[in-house]
Design a protein around this ligand. Sequence first.
Ligand SMILES: C[S@@+](CC[C@H](N)C(=O)[O-])C[C@H]1O[C@@H](n2cnc3c(N)ncnc32)[C@H](O)[C@@H]1O
Length: 487
Amino acid sequence: MQKDHHFKERKGGFRKHANSRYSQNKSQRGQAKAQKERDVIITVKRLGINGEGIGYYKKKIIFIPGALPEEVVVAKIVKEYPHYLQGELVRIKEKSPDRVVFPDQVSPEIGGLELAHMNYDAQLRFKRDNVLAALDKYHPRGYKNYKVKRTIPAPEQWHYRAKAQYQIERSGKDVLLGMYAPNSHRLIDLPEMPTQSVDTQRTERAIKDLIVKLDVPIADVRRQRQGIKTIVVRQSEATKEMQVTLITVGHRLNHMLELADRIMELPDVVSVYQNETDWQNPQVWGNKTEKLKGQNQIMEEIMGKQFALSPRAFFQLNPVQTTTLYSEALKLLSLTPDMTLIDAYSGVGTLGILASDQVKQVIGIESIPEAVLDAQHNCELNHVKNASYLQGSVEKLLPQLQKDEVPIDALIVDPPRTGLAKSLIKTLLRVKPESFVYISCNPSTLAQDLVLLGEAYDVRVIENVDMLPQTPRCECIAKLVLRKDLR
Ligand SMILES: C[S@@+](CC[C@H](N)C(=O)[O-])C[C@H]1O[C@@H](n2cnc3c(N)ncnc32)[C@H](O)[C@@H]1O
């Protein structure tokens, strides 16, 4: 450990970072004691699930964003909650060998760079440790025997994000384009985001310039004025085609079609969509999506197969590393030609289509109608004749398949961060697919679901694939095997 590292260049940034990230929960904010800020010396013991340093002060846990394990830091206690303290990093007295210089062109409080002050090997270790910690917290049956593999690194640690989703807002005479500070409505202008692809970033800025030039209305939440709220730019890794979606409050905005024409002139842009939302909707995307210009979808390629993507369809943010994720997951499924594979939470049909030549049939289940249409179109594009896609919730459709006596031999689930619904787990414990792989982007919900699934399944192995370097997030792939006594 190196001594007496003064943290001048980042001090201010981390203070804001610490404040915003941990003081936002309203009920907790109410309980926080108003107190005089004071500096304390803390030895950091470990990282929390969001990448924040954790230490103890007078036997109480203290969270210090930006601090690393083994570091001795001076922290300011900014809030005192009944069960923990919120700290801000002031100065590093003893520096961790894992510390690296944070990218200087961007504010540390921006989401998505929570681990950017830590070297990449340490980030990979942290991601595996996060899985172990979740298992240790919920202790699913036999978890001590799980083989939790080393995190598979991403080939690119910077500029890997193929989709940018930035908010646009007026601030006095300026127009800001970027992301909100975590848990707040304070927009941070983001001319540079080091994990974002250069092309998507450049296109975002060019669209902002066009909006200003053509005087297209920008949404104003305070005055409830209609306009453009969010600009989404997604690029295909294989074809470089770019799809732009302007998320608006209000339908026909002044100069909107002229704007779409001008956006189409930008390099690689092949389609412009408008998605309409309203002030009541807490989600970024609204329900109405309409094409303004260009082609319906952009084309992506994974493992030699073509995938058409419409604006609302889910696709991994890191297309280069997606091949690793999918090939590891399919390897663990151990498919045979007589099997029926259920691709639950199928998105645009990627996993099922990639597995289709190894099984008798594939049935995909997905809730977003546009994604289901994309999946059906993707089957045609790839001449896949043994796959079909159902639109609806997995919770409702899986029991229906069982009722209809569809053989469910192999199952892959790839749910959102919330994990599997309890009702679905009950169905799975009845159906007992022989081959079962669970892809999870949240070790905590994975561990909780494994507790319940442990009634019928053992876990053979958990693979970790790093899709999002510089963030605390990781994709886990768990291979579940039916318990011997139930086979
Ligand atoms: C993490 S993505 C996985 C998509 C796909 N497997 C892939 O790798 O591209 C989760 C998908 O599940 C869909 N989804 C979310 N909740 C669902 C539910 N209850 N039933 C069916 N699909 C759901 C989402 O629309 C999204 O496409």
